[in-house]
Design a protein around this ligand. Structure first.
Ligand SMILES: *[C@@H]1O[C@H](CO)[C@@H](O)[C@H](O)[C@H]1NC(C)=O
Ligand SMILES: *[C@@H]1O[C@H](CO)[C@@H](O)[C@H](O)[C@H]1NC(C)=O
Length: 202
């Protein structure tokens, strides 16, 4: 196991995956450092994450399949990021933002989308708290794991941005076993790790 980058078991289906540095790990979460990257994004307004994500996913998939002015196609990368607002009112749809990481060949000059609902977003350098889980990334499991992660972070007195979390998927719907999903909160201030669980101890 190499703590320095993410050529890890869960990055199994895509040729290109988002790289990170593992800063530390506790029994309940990891802290990772990501450098700045560019993504193609789209927003979906929906009552349920699943419905919004399916709609947005189709738009992005269409884009990488050639629905762009240059007509180029490229392979999907991993992971797929969904930004989920924390405050969801039962009677109001929420805005979910789905993003695909642009492959390294298109980070600088991505093809222009033909659908005006797509836009590029620059993810800044950031540290994130990560909780991983298996199975399917459904609204309910995603919220549950976000809740468990935020509870662990509160116990650890770790500061994080409470306005949203990321639901992060690595697998295509065709993969049935050993699925890997994550939930992320963005670190605020200095990342907080457990005292004794540095990566070297594993
Ligand atoms: C990640 O680690 C693997 C194996 O240690 C290595 O082959 C690869 O070049 C590394 N990638 C980066 C981006 O450092
Ligand atoms: C938290 O994230 C939101 C949305 O990205 C951003 O507008 C806000 O400034 C962030 N809060 C802090 C304290 O950085």
């Amino acid at each position: 196991y190499s703590p320095s980058n993410s050529s890890s078991s869960f990055c199994s289906e895509s040729r290109e995956c988002l790289q990170f540095d593992l800063l530390c790990r506790t029994d309940e979460y990891e802290v990772r450092r990501y450098s700045a990257t560019r993504w193609v994004s789209t927003d979906a307004e929906a009552y349920f994450l699943g419905v919004g994500a399916a709609m947005a996913f189709r738009r992005l998939y269409h884009y990488i399949s050639g629905a762009n002015e240059e007509g180029v196609r490229f392979e999907m990368t991993a992971p797929v990021l969904v930004e989920v607002p924390e405050e969801v009112k039962m009677w109001k749809p929420a805005i979910y933002t789905l993003s695909f990481l642009l492959p390294s060949a298109y980070q600088e000059h991505p093809p222009t989308p033909t659908n005006d609902k797509l836009y590029f977003s620059d993810m800044p350098d950031m540290d994130v708290y990560v909780r991983s889980y298996g199975g399917w990334m459904l609204s309910i499991t995603s919220r549950l794991h976000a809740h468990l992660l935020s509870r662990a972070l509160l116990r650890a007195h770790a500061h994080f941005n409470h306005t949203h979390h990321y639901t992060v998927g690595y697998d295509s719907p065709l993969k049935l076993l050993n699925r890997h999903n994550e939930v992320w909160y963005v670190v605020e201030g200095d990342p907080v790790c457990g005292e004794e669980h540095t990566p070297d101890t594993h």
